[in-house]
Design a protein around this ligand. Structure first.
Ligand SMILES: *Cc1c(COP(=O)(O)O)cnc(C)c1O
Length: 430
């Protein structure tokens, strides 16, 4: 790289650092443009996107059909607010309900707003249908959950950093251990109106629940008249190799939260879905959003769903995801004991790094220098979640780069397979 270009990179990073709030710590790559699974920085270097904006870019960057749908709509009307009807919202909601198998959908913008919608709905349902005394409803949430960043939502996070200094928090939430039915039972009370849970805990480190957990949870909720609300903002729409991750568990939740990929990689589009008996607690005036379900967002959301269907992205996620996990497990075997675990489902993999040897962050930064974009979650897990359009060839290239990075690290640490430093053969001879 020449000096002028480096200056460009540093200039952009410098401006964000100088004028932006310090609420993020980005990998030092300045993205200039992107197409499908590839991204180019301001210096013209190419990267394979193995992150896809946390599933928001599941369709690949600037999918031509989604872009064309947006352009068509931009010649007609974009935003009217829900004060009026439009020509795109109805068809979008109809498609969404048909795909997910629910009576109704309530469109919002960000994932956190759809989660807030779920919380309001669950509480009102608790009072008006279940008969809980006003103000007493409780929602069960998992330890290690991630549902967004509003004050109510971080209030029931178990992550100290997400909460510190932001209280007082809304009451009405109780915790259970993800994957542990005994803990769900212990946390349940007569006032419990809902369980709000991710099917796979993404931010917690791509934690897949033990088999049978969701089946038992479904039974428990039905038996105790509790709504089971699954947050598939990240897991839904093909990410795990099924349209919805709850399908892996053979269950049907009472309500579903979608976001990220619903915006086709262009816009924030989210939704809360439920059947009449639950959704009917909302009446005019009880909930809303100025931009939620706007004409442009609905046109984009509808096309995003149609593209997933037409391009068979769900089946591709299952096939390519199985391949990615298998290749990452080969790297784990070769890099012992640097990598403790490789887990995931579909095109969603977490690589668990042993903190005794390296941080996930340093490997993510190294990997970026090798032309692969990934992201750490917490100190120990590297997340790989490429667009669902990724090819085998790109997976091979990304995994080869990752292999080089971890093997270089292992060499630098002089690790033997038992995890203790050993002398390199040439040193032993000297
Ligand atoms: C990203 C995410 C959210 C929050 O979505 P935003 O669009 O960032 O508000 C909620 N739930 C889950 C499971 C997520 O992954």
């Amino acid at each position: 790289m020449d000096a002028t270009n480096t200056a460009t990179t540093q200039t952009f990073i410098g401006k964000e650092a100088r004028y932006g709030a310090r609420n993020y710590r980005p990998v030092p790559v300045v993205v200039d443009h992107a197409r499908d699974c590839l991204v180019w920085d301001v210096e013209g270097r190419e990267y394979i996107d193995m992150m896809s904006a946390y599933s928001a870019v599941s369709h690949g960057h600037l999918h031509p059909r989604v872009v064309a749908a947006a352009q068509r709509q931009l010649e007609r009307v974009a935003v009217t607010s829900r004060a009026y009807h439009g020509t795109t919202l109805g068809p979008f909601l109809e498609k969404l309900c048909a795909l997910a198998g629910f009576d109704r959908a309530l469109p919002m913008n960000t994932g956190a707003e759809a989660v807030e919608t779920a919380i309001k709905c669950a509480r009102r349902w608790g009072y008006r249908v279940k008969g809980i005394a006003d103000g007493q409803a409780e929602i069960l949430v998992a330890r290690g959950n991630f549902h967004g960043r509003t004050t109510t939502i971080v209030g029931f996070s178990s992550e100290a950093d997400y909460r510190a200094g932001f209280g007082p928090f809304a009451p009405g939430f109780a915790h259970f251990d993800f994957g542990d039915m005994a803990s769900v039972r212990a946390a349940t009370h007569a006032n419990t109106c809902a369980v709000l849970v991710e099917p796979i805990q993404g931010e917690a480190g791509v934690i897949v629940p033990p088999p049978g957990f969701f089946t038992e949870l479904r039974e428990w909720c039905s038996r105790n008249d509790i709504l089971l609300i699954v947050d598939e903002v990240q897991a839904g729409l093909g990410r795990t190799g099924r349209w919805f991750a709850f399908e892996h568990e053979g269950i049907r939740p009472d309500a579903l939260i979608l976001g990220k990929a619903l915006g086709g990689g262009l816009l924030p589009v989210s939704a809360f879905l439920a059947d009449d008996r639950v959704m009917d607690v909302f009446n005019p005036g009880s909930h809303g959003s100025t931009f939620g379900g706007n004409a442009l967002a609905a046109a984009v959301g509808l096309e995003a769903l149609q593209v997933i269907e037409d391009e068979d992205l769900v089946a591709r996620s299952a096939a390519q995801g199985a391949y990615l996990l298998a290749r990452l497990r080969e790297v784990m075997a070769a890099a012992r004991p640097l990598i403790r675990d490789v887990r995931g489902r579909g095109l969603w993999a977490g690589v668990d790094i042993d903190p005794a040897h390296a941080t996930a962050r340093e490997l993510v930064e190294q990997l970026a220098t090798q032309g692969v974009l990934s992201k750490e979650t917490h100190e120990t897990v590297i997340r790989f979640a490429p667009p669902l359009t990724i090819t085998r060839d790109l997976i091979d290239r990304a995994v080869a780069a990752f292999r080089r990075v971890v093997l270089d690290k292992r060499k630098e640490l002089r690790l033997g397979s038992a995890g203790v430093a050993v002398m390199a053969p040439d040193e032993a001879m000297a």
